[in-house]
Design a protein around this ligand. Sequence first.
Ligand SMILES: Cc1cc2nc3c(=O)[nH]c(=O)nc-3n(C[C@H](O)[C@H](O)[C@H](O)COP(=O)(O)OP(=O)(O)OC[C@H]3O[C@@H](n4cnc5c(N)ncnc54)[C@H](O)[C@@H]3O)c2cc1C
Length: 486
Amino acid sequence: MNIAIIGSGFSSLAASCYLAKEGYDITVFEKNETIGGRARQLKKDGFTFDIGPTWYWMPDVFERFFSDFGKLPSDYYQLEKLNPAYSVYFGKDDYITIEDTLEKIYAAFENEEKGSSIKLKKFIDNAQRNYDIAIKDLVYNPGVSPLELVTVETIKKLNQFFSNIKRDVRKEFKNDRLAKILEFPVLFLGAKPSDTPSFYSFMNYADFGLGTFHPKDGMYQVILGMEALAKELGVTIKTESNIEKILVENGKTTGLISNGEVFNTDIVLSGADYHHTETLLDKPYRKYSEKYWSKKTFAPSSLLFYVGFDKKLKNVNHHTLFFDVDFDTHAEAIYDDPKWPENPLFYASFPSKTDDSAAPKDKEAGIFLIPLAPGIEDTDELRDIYFEKIMTRFEALTSQKIKNHVIFKESFCINDFIKDYNSYKGNAYGMANTITQTAFLRPKLKSSKVKNLFFTGQLTVPGPGVPPSLISGKLVAELITKHHKL
Ligand SMILES: Cc1cc2nc3c(=O)[nH]c(=O)nc-3n(C[C@H](O)[C@H](O)[C@H](O)COP(=O)(O)OP(=O)(O)OC[C@H]3O[C@@H](n4cnc5c(N)ncnc54)[C@H](O)[C@@H]3O)c2cc1C
């Protein structure tokens, strides 16, 4: 049986491996020149940048993926646990560093506020229990029925679906800096901490309990590893193969049109953004309306810069967060009143701090990210204004001159997310995990309008992020195997 997969992001590649292992004949169609989707790589003048994800969290999910094929991550890439994991700036020369063990993190909290380590221990113990329930079990459900969420363990945790992370954190931690650090991990899920159910505190365990890792040569090595595995399993991958239409006859797809040519297939699976995939269908076959999408809370888009510096930078780590301005005002500009934030929070990554392959000797590779509302105006002028803003802040906060040390800068923003990935309103990482957009309430893996059409990826279950995308690929593969037995 043939399966055509649209896209070559983490979810599509994961699904391709599972389905090929089951014996299906798999062809992956990727519109771009290179595979990896949001996780592609940029190489320039001896510098190497991950275009999208830079934080390797939840190593157990990657291990579980590779072990399903009798493999280890180390068969494909070399992983290093970062120490420090990251640092967070709150003002000039004023930052807190998060190291690589819980003991060291408890000490950092205690140093900031006496007595806080005891509260943190309690918070992390609960987060770990949630992690065990969520990641070992719950997220591996296909989101078909609400009953999937009903287990002995989750019933005990029911109240945690009706409170939120911000409320929980602020109740225990009066110190604003510590509270901000604890609210940071759920930003990966795409919504404000005040809109993210308490149960998602498992992200705090992922952060402090499990730690932050870096694959040597960057996150793209994971994509290359998965490509190698897919090929070992017999998957065919075609790049520069844009899908223009999904063909449907009598409620069943018969194939795709790629670059003007018909490709007949038994099953279609799309890992491209859900909204875009449905536009490849004639209207009667689309399950979700434009109104449906417009009402959803999407994860932010981002303005990104990939910068080559002609010297090593000081006072920063591999991952550095700049939380020196008001989070709520920035969040309002993303979620409530979409506009460019006046004083943005930003994140910077300097992979060459720990990985020599990221930049030539004595030079630094810098990635800068400002979260933005999806769908707002994106122009070169705006990008330049914001580059200047964050460079000025960076210089002041870290006490060094960098503007005159830029060899080159490349940018990526809303228009590029739309052009490169057909992303809805240029969202960077899919649809947020809020209480009304969790599990069975997310867009479905199986089309209810076209019999043999399936979806995967960060707009489906379990949600945004690399580990969830791997899980999404596994879930959809199981669903296809169940509905279309070989
Ligand atoms: C800037 C940024 C930073 C991030 N940081 C992190 C992080 O640090 N850690 C983390 O875990 N996650 C992070 N994420 C999220 C993570 O990268 C994504 O959740 C994940 O990569 C999504 O994978 P996917 O398979 O769902 O989609 P995608 O990677 O978007 O894959 C979809 C693919 O479909 C292709 N496609 C679209 N339309 C067509 C068409 N018509 N024909 C053919 N192909 C098509 C696209 O080109 C793309 O390759 C980040 C994302 C971004 C953008």
